[in-house]
Design a binder for this molecule. Structure first.
Ligand code: ADP
Length: 390
């Protein structure tokens, strides 16, 4: 499994059936002198500073390390690709035509898709004899109906430029939705779920009978919830207002909405939820407001997602914040009594570990903590594509 971003590379060698991870690693801050590669193989961990920190050199070195390890027989490589546009509604085998098609939707994710394609090319060079599969962040959301994915803007923007809502984090939403059904001991076909993926990026998805029917992210991963450095929803008139008022151009406003907003923008201190909570608990009013806005907007979005579901059987928390922050979960649940959710404070405090993930006293709807596993989901989807081929 390879996940090549613009400044980071994540990789893992794992068995999609057992889920056993032979080796996993992450290379971060690529292209800077602080670049580092951390790997874990069993209990052994290592951190190295690459001699050449460029993304290309580090990716090639990581792949060579895997290839030259006789204990890691590779039968296929699954690649995370952020945007599949309308063209890709499921994972696909990569050939030249697929790669061209991924390049052709690159304008929809200019920061991500080019890096993903570079990763595919590097891995094809390192592993020319095994199949490669693209697993798209957008694919799980391809089942959304037009009423959920169309914006009320001129029709030509959709037809000519693909302006519609796509949704992201699909690999994670799909994985936790399936896992939630297992934990609840109920068939996915009977369940109406809202899955809340709360990491550095945050999105929530309504899942009915195992398929996505609406989600909070849109054309880009900027729409929807408040995130670490991203604003989530703002007034669409904002760019014009700031252009007139502060002389900021589109690029400057877009950069600020992506990198200087969210928890960081409101708190003025940090994009990291742990820090924001610690500051709020120490009496920092800006951090307290950042936490309040994050929770309030998340709760509103979850309640809105109950509309397409016409009810709710379970709310699922995942991602770094969803899995680890009892404070955020508790505050969200306390705002969602109208849906019938009642927090089990003791279970929530220990992340639902003793209760099969359940952190609510209410059982229908239930609230669950489900750790995500995007690497495993990518490996599984890769393996499914390879099996369907034979
Ligand atoms: P990414 O989206 O980059 O994969 P993660 O899913 O790891 O990131 O989520 C990162 C977020 O999770 C950060 O905001 C971090 O503060 C938050 N987080 C991690 N552990 C905790 C914790 N114990 N309490 C609150 N937030 C946490």
């Amino acid at each position: 499994m390879l996940n090549c971003g613009s400044s980071s590379v994540k990789f893992a060698v794992l068995d999609p059936t057992s889920g056993v991870v032979a080796v996993a690693g992450v290379a971060e801050r690529l292209g800077t002198p602080e670049a580092e590669v951390r790997t874990a193989r069993g209990a052994k961990t290592a951190t190295v500073r690459p001699p050449d920190p460029s993304p290309t050199a580090v990716t090639a070195a990581v792949l060579a390390g895997v290839r030259e390890d006789p204990g890691l027989p590779i039968v296929g490589v699954g690649h995370r690709v952020v945007h599949g546009g309308e063209r890709f509604t499921s994972a696909v085998l990569i050939d030249e035509a697929t790669l061209d098609a991924i390049r052709a939707v690159g304008h929809l994710a200019p920061l991500h898709n080019p890096a993903n394609v570079t990763g595919v090319e590097a891995a094809q060079a390192a592993f020319p004899d095994v199949p490669h599969v693209a697993v798209f962040d957008t694919a799980f959301h391809a089942t959304m109906p037009p009423v959920a994915y169309r914006y009320a803007v001129p029709d030509a923007w959709y037809r000519t430029h693909g302006v519609r809502r796509y949704g992201f984090h699909g690999t994670s939403h799909r994985y936790v939705a399936r896992r939630a059904a297992e934990l609840l001991g109920r068939p996915a076909a009977d369940l109406r779920l809202v899955t809340a993926h709360l990491g550095n990026g945050c999105s929530a998805t309504a899942v009915a009978a195992g398929v996505a029917v609406d989600t909070t992210m849109g054309l880009t991963p900027l729409e929807g919830l408040v995130m670490g450095t991203r604003s989530g929803d703002v007034d669409p008139g904002l760019h014009a207002y700031l252009a007139g008022r502060a002389g900021l151009d589109v690029e400057a406003v877009t950069r600020a909405l992506n990198r200087e907003s969210g928890l960081l923008g409101l708190s003025g201190r940090s994009n990291d939820m742990r820090t924001v909570i610690a500051l709020a608990e120490d009496g920092d009013a800006d951090a307290a407001l950042a936490l309040d806005v994050f929770v309030y907007r998340l709760a509103k979005a979850i309640a809105a997602l109950a509309v397409p579901l016409e009810g709710l059987d379970a709310l699922v928390f995942t991602g770094g914040i969803g899995e680890h922050s009892a404070v955020v979960r508790s505050r969200v649940l306390r705002r969602l009594g109208l849906l019938g959710l009642v927090e089990d404070a003791a279970a929530n405090a220990v992340h639902g570990r003793a209760t099969g993930g359940r952190i609510s006293r209410s059982t229908n709807p239930a609230a669950l903590v489900v750790p995500t596993d995007e690497e495993l989901e990518i490996a599984r989807e890769t393996s499914a594509v390879l099996e369907a081929r034979t």
